[in-house]
Design a protein around this ligand. Structure first.
Ligand code: F6R
Length: 254
């Protein structure tokens, strides 16, 4: 377990744990481990991206050391690219498999996959939501934070009531994602994401934020107006957000 970290009550219902970047993965893994200790078959939503990589590495390390049991975990997805179907390596589903689920021995059939096939997508999004309900709802939703304040692919303008749906990605997001692509012109311009409303229904929410580039938007999300213009600010509507930030990301929290 991570020790020596400071947990601060930043706003009603918003608790922030500020850690060194070396402790970031471990602090995030504690969140997952505590959830699984309370409920071994917890439904947990997992993001992709740079931010959660230290978390996934730490969970795999703990599993190898026999310190955590992931055998009953019910993973669900947060978002993906529209059109990234099947075993397309660019899909977030396959990214998560490569980085975490496969090495953790979590077979693909156990993962509630975000639909990505444009054919019948609206119906598939409704089915996705039903699947969350059938699992009893999400116990812990983990999130990264976009430079423009997005959560999942809920871009600025996403209302608090939004549900799982197709969304057009902003230039900021496609530019940020282009670094992962050999050919930047092929970055998809639409995503499929849990809605803000879907996310707010999770029984607990872990917002993971690291690096100096996110310091400004983290401050805006936590202290600025609660507005769809900054979707992460809408997380403050529910009183159960646990922010894990490294010192660089927390540098503007005062
Ligand atoms: C990814 C996702 C996005 C990222 C965000 C931060 O599944 O939902 O909201 O969490 O764009 O990305 P990174 O971590 O790469 O800075």
């Amino acid at each position: 377990m991570t020790t020596g970290v400071l947990t601060r009550q930043l706003a009603p219902g918003v608790e922030a744990q500020i850690v060194s970047s070396a402790d970031f993965g471990s602090a995030a893994a504690d969140l997952v481990q505590n959830q699984l200790s309370a409920k071994p078959n917890a439904v947990i939503g997992f993001p992709t991206g740079n931010t959660p990589l230290p978390l996934y590495h730490e969970l795999l390390r703990r599993q190898k050391a026999g310190q955590i049991d992931l055998s009953r975990l019910q993973p669900v997805m947060l978002d993906d690219y529209l059109g990234a179907v099947g075993d397309n390596p660019i899909s977030f589903f396959n990214w998560l498999r490569r980085e975490f689920f496969d090495p953790a021995g979590i077979v693909a059939s156990r993962i509630w996959r975000m639909p990505t096939d444009p054919d019948g997508i609206d119906q598939a999004c409704r089915r996705y939501e039903r699947g969350l309900m059938e699992r009893g709802g999400v116990d812990l939703q983990l999130l990264g934070l976009g430079l423009n304040g997005h959560i999942g692919f809920n871009e600025p303008g996403s209302p608090a009531e939004s549900r799982t749906r197709v969304i057009k990605l902003t230039e900021t997001t496609t530019a940020a994602n282009a670094v992962y692509w050999p050919d930047a012109s092929k970055v998809p311009h639409s995503g499929v994401t849990m809605g803000v409303g879907t996310i707010l229904e999770a029984r607990s929410i872990g917002l993971l934020v690291n690096g100096a580039a996110k310091a400004g938007i983290l401050r805006t999300a936590l202290f600025g107006p609660m507005t769809p213009a900054v979707p992460a600010s809408l997380l403050r509507k529910v009183h159960k957000i646990h922010v894990i930030a490294d010192e660089a990301a927390a540098s503007k929290l005062g």
